[in-house]
Design a protein around this ligand. Structure first.
Ligand SMILES: Cc1cc2nc3c(=O)[nH]c(=O)nc-3n(C[C@H](O)[C@H](O)[C@H](O)COP(=O)(O)OP(=O)(O)OC[C@H]3O[C@@H](n4cnc5c(N)ncnc54)[C@H](O)[C@@H]3O)c2cc1C
Length: 810
């Protein structure tokens, strides 16, 4: 009997692990029953009964027609009843975009060969020339203090340059006069600008993200494209896109802004048009826009263009000089100077031709927005977050070497080192994610889930890094002024968190909510069979998807357990080096655990999982961490496995794997059905939680990278604008190099001080003295903070004895 139980267990584990088809299970079951019958010496009658039962069950499982009638059609009926109704807007959000590596991670068995075979995305020579030329020049024109304090905008010269050089038309194809850049090229431009001026980065990023340009490219009529795209590309039109209104923020599909189809007079002729009323806020570039992309709900009560009375969300292009358009006032988003403000209109008449895509696209606005969201979300905010973080690595690292306390550069004090090491390692992982996600867009993906992961995690990490940076700088970061190069970045961090899907919502609702349906190999098929198909077709499709789904859950459950006991069995690329092979294996194991846990959570909580955001947020965290680790490992491979980068890879990967494990722990601890949680814990962590957070020694290695000039630091911050001239960051860089070069002199002076010499400088040679004095002058300049007259902001502002008019300071 024991042998039988052991044999059954082995069959279960082996067949489950390899995910064998039901036919193989039936054969194995037959063999085991035969064995049992012999061992237990069943009587003839028992044999007949057992055989009959077996044949009945095996037939029910293996013959699709029988299985449908006896089992899956009944499950389908129940499924139809319990499946929560999905609104059209939810459906369009789910249908939007494509899945790629996220589907592999969701499968429980990621195909590493497929990921590593994807070529490393590269900039074209033209894109590189643009970065080295116009982008470099625009960066040089921008001084963030000047912009945010003096001008409250980009200087007019910079605006003109942006328009003239085609910055606003990076995604517009060359045939319309745009730059026709790849997603990677577009991302590299935004990244470089973000290392210098967030105002410039945002002003350039918005027209290249979801808005009139992108919508026209995908849905515009030929007339609309031919008219607007060249004008947008040349900067003759400044676009904005207005979706958000006071009552509809995150729940953007509920906008109360509305239009009614009616007849009216346009340019002296009676035409069919719409009378539109709206009240929008937070619209970036709105105050200076000449072309308003407007989202509103369109109604046709008189049936002038069809039978439907409520056509749905519609997107139109409205020139802002149209009578009745109220635009031009601005908000003040955390002292940032990019243009952002409200706009409104009441019963503004506009022809139907203004609908993007023309009359046929009336009511299709939500589908259009969802269809275009992924590309912009994959680039704009993740990229600017990476740019900001690169600047932090370079400047905070430099400062931590220049600034000394307790006679030690603060970067070498363990507490500071901890924060600095985090910034450096996060930067590596963030840049890897930026590149891989942009590369996916360039290969034609519209990564709905991956773009949400990139947006959420890059902006959160940037916020954590800027917090760390601020802590390292102490008072130097707090006192604003021309010498403070971090304060405005710190202020603006929550803007990226809030826009393009506020982060809490993105984490708890979108990443897993959309991922579970889009990336899961069977859930969407089951839902479609239940809700969109009928009769025999629905029955067949559901049967196939459901039985495959059961096999999938079984396989992932067994794999999770087996791989936790024997991690060496988890898949990793054949040619991975010992440095990273175990990381691939950890992800493979986590992928199986995640896929299993996701299915059991959906089974246990059903539609309620949608409201259990603390659970779905953590499931999203596991998926996200696996994506971030995949991107990091891919970058390490793509860049030729540079040993010098290994500390960054190790820290970032360990940290993310540990976070994934803790997210699973959080799910299990809070799982609503305790008995299921106990079983899950036993399957997922049979040997306990074995992933440890990164070691302090690794953190030190990462911090050292930010503290040492050289190739690794340059590679980590590649693509950023390197400051020149008298800008405080250029002085900082010079002080950093001088501090490093001057360390032997410092040692000599320390020795002299120890020996009690009265004039310690006398131990230096004349050359050393000059070098030391230069270093000290730079250091003093770096640690300086700005001060202002007591009546600052009311009348005149004095900086370093120079008088400036504080024009708009109040
Ligand atoms: C500087 C700036 C620029 C912007 N630019 C534009 C623009 O150009 N065009 C445009 O149309 N809009 C723009 N927006 C609007 C932006 O997209 C919205 O602010 C955003 O959608 C959030 O809406 P809200 O601020 O009203 O927050 P709310 O919707 O009130 O959300 C408040 C909080 O609740 C959370 N939340 C909401 N629903 C859920 C949920 N179901 N589950 C969990 N958490 C939830 C959110 O995550 C957030 O933390 C901009 C906003 C800002 C601040």
């Amino acid at each position: 009997m024991l042998e039988f139980v052991l044999a059954a267990l082995v069959v279960f584990l082996v067949f489950g692990f390899f995910g064998l088809a039901i036919g193989w299970w039936s054969l194995a079951a037959a063999a085991l029953l035969f064995y049992l019958s012999n061992v237990m010496a069943f009587s003839a009658v028992t044999n007949v009964v057992v055989a009959a039962l077996f044949i009945a069950v095996a037939a029910a499982m293996n013959v699709p027609w029988l299985r449908r009638k006896l089992l899956t059609d009944r499950i389908l009926a129940v499924y139809r009843r319990i499946l929560p109704a999905m609104s059209q807007t939810e459906k369009e959000a789910i249908d939007a975009g494509t899945v790629w590596w996220d589907a592999d991670l969701f499968s429980g068995k990621p195909d590493w060969g497929k990921l590593l075979a994807v070529p490393e995305p590269r900039l074209s020579p033209e894109e590189q020339a643009f970065l080295d030329g116009p982008v470099e020049e625009l960066c040089a024109m921008c001084d963030e203090w000047d912009i945010t304090h003096e001008h409250q905008d980009l200087p007019p010269r910079a605006w003109q340059y942006v328009k003239d050089k085609g910055f606003l038309g990076m995604i517009i194809p060359k045939q319309y006069g745009g730059l026709g850049f790849s997603a990677l090229g577009h991302s590299a431009v935004v990244q470089k600008l973000a290392t210098r001026s967030s105002t410039a980065a945002i002003s350039v990023m918005v027209p290249n993200s979801l808005g009139p340009g992108e919508l026209l490219l995908h849905y515009g009529t030929d007339d609309q494209k031919n008219h607007y795209l060249p004008r947008l590309a040349r900067g003759q039109e400044i676009p904005c896109f207005a979706l958000t209104s006071p009552e509809a923020g995150s729940d953007a599909a509920s906008i109360p802004d509305h239009g009614v189809v009616c007849r009216g007079v346009w340019q002296g002729k009676e035409v069919l048009g719409m009378r539109v009323t709206w009240d929008k806020r937070y619209i970036t570039l709105g105050p200076i826009a000449t072309l308003l992309g407007l989202a509103f709900r369109l109604y046709d009560p008189e049936g002038l263009i069809g039978d439907e009375k409520d056509l749905g969300i519609t997107c139109a292009l409205v020139p802002t000089n149209t009578p009745g358009v109220n635009i031009g006032r601005r908000h003040m988003p955390l002292n940032a100077a990019f243009q952002n403000g409200p706009n409104s209109g009441k019963d503004v008449f506009m022809p139907l031709d203004w609908i993007i895509g023309g009359r046929e696209y009336a009511g299709k606005g939500w589908m259009m927005l969802m269809g275009c969201l992924a590309a912009g979300r994959a680039i704009s905010l993740p990229t600017s977050a990476v740019g900001g973080t690169k600047a932090l690595v370079r400047f905070v690292g430099a400062y931590a070497r220049v600034r000394s306390q307790f006679r030690t550069p603060i970067g070498r004090l363990e507490g500071v080192e901890e924060a600095l090491g985090r910034i450096a390692a996060h930067c590596y992982m963030m840049d890897a994610t930026r590149t891989m996600t942009a590369g996916a867009v360039d290969r034609g993906e519209k990564p709905a889930v991956l773009s949400a992961i990139a947006k959420y995690h890059m902006t959160e990490r940037a916020r954590q890094c800027v917090n760390d940076g601020m802590d390292i700088l102490g008072g130097k970061g707090i006192c604003l002024g021309p010498n403070n190069w971090i304060g405005r970045g710190y202020q603006i961090a929550p803007v990226a968190i809030t826009v393009e899907g506020a982060n809490i919502l993105t984490r708890t609702l979108i990443i897993f909510g959309q991922g579970a349906i889009r990336c899961h190999p069977y859930v969407l098929r089951e839902m479609r069979a239940a809700k969109e198909m009928h009769g025999d077709a629905a029955s067949r499709e559901f049967d196939d998807a459901f039985t495959s789904h059961v096999g999938h859950v079984l396989r992932n459950g067994v794999r999770t357990f087996v791989l936790s006991l024997f991690p060496g069995l988890a898949s990793a690329p054949r040619n991975a080096t010992p440095d990273t092979k175990h990381y691939y294996r950890h992800v493979s194991r986590l992928s199986a655990a995640f896929a299993f846990l996701a299915d059991i959570s959906m089974l246990a909580m059903g539609g309620a999982l949608k409201r259990k955001e603390k659970i779905s947020g953590r499931l999203g965290d596991v998926l996200s961490m696996m994506y971030l680790v995949s991107a990091t490992l891919k970058r390490y491979e793509d860049q030729g496995r540079l040993k010098a980068d290994l500390p960054l890879v190790r820290w970032a990967v360990r940290d993310a794997l540990h976070r994934a494990q803790e997210a699973i722990e959080g799910i299990l601890s809070n799982f609503p059905v305790k008995s299921v949680a106990t079983l899950l814990r036993w399957i997922i962590f049979p040997r306990g939680k074995r992933l440890r957070p990164p070691l302090d020694s690794r953190n030190r290695e990462c911090a050292r990278i930010a503290l040492e000039p050289g190739a690794i630091r340059d590679r980590l911050t590649a693509g950023m604008y390197l400051p020149k001239g008298e800008h405080p960051t250029a002085v900082l860089e010079a002080a950093f190099l001088a501090a490093v070069a001057g360390e032997p002199i410092d040692r000599k002076l320390r020795e002299a001080r120890k020996q009690g010499l009265e004039n310690v400088l006398s131990v230096l040679t004349p050359e050393e003295l000059v070098q030391w004095e230069k270093k000290e002058a730079l250091r003093k300049q770096v640690i300086k903070v700005d001060d202002f007259p007591q009546d600052f902001g009311r009348a005149e502002l004095v900086l370093d004895g120079e008088a400036h008019v504080a024009a708009k300071a109040a």
